[in-house]
Ligand binder design. Sequence first.
Ligand SMILES: [Fe+2]
Ligand SMILES: [Fe+2]
Length: 244
Amino acid sequence: MEKTIEMSTRNRTGIDMSPVDSQTMIDTAEKTPPSSSGDESALAALDSTYIREAEPVGSVPVPGTLKGLAEATLNKLGGRNPEVFIDKLGERLAFERTGTRLYDYLITKCEATNAESKISIDTLKRFRREEAQHFKLVAKTLESLGADPTAQTPGADVSAVASSGVLKVLSDPRTSVPQSLEAILTAELVDNAGWELLSKLAGEMGLSDLETDFRSALAEEAQHVMQIRQWYEQGALAEVGAAS
Ligand SMILES: [Fe+2]
Ligand SMILES: [Fe+2]
């Protein structure tokens, strides 16, 4: 794996780069009173007003078709609210779709930097394939519930915002393979928790076939986390000299 962290005088971000100026800045700050009175409680009070008045982030669309399998499945739920389940399925759907893109970026980065000696591209391609399969599994599940897999659920919306930073790290040409691995690890950890939750929800709702499918997806996701974490640790240990 390429060397990613180096020392350089080009980095002048720290205060130690200019001791005289930094002391002047500290002295001035200590002598200058705050520009206004009060503390952070006024800001918190304003935030609270916005929070109480805000509309929720979207809603779950009403299922478009309630025929055949969808009707049978929903009847099986026995009066339970399917909205949470559909919201979480929509969230997983969006996440798995992004997951395939994350692996596309990582595979290209590994190939471009000749990282194959430390990281198996074949394994990354398998993980990418599995993310795509999980996407299809969730889409099929939503259809079986009469829900529209093309609809954006609130959970999908929020998780897209949360994971947007991961996508930025992976798609940045300057980031290294270890940095990309760390970003993808954060996504995989959340993904794991997401599949665990979906499995529990399916079990809770008496959808045992779905629970079995979700548990096998979870088993694959557990392998993703384990492997990515191992490469992430090995990369840092090798750079620090511990593994040489
Ligand atoms: Fe996934
Ligand atoms: Fe994964």
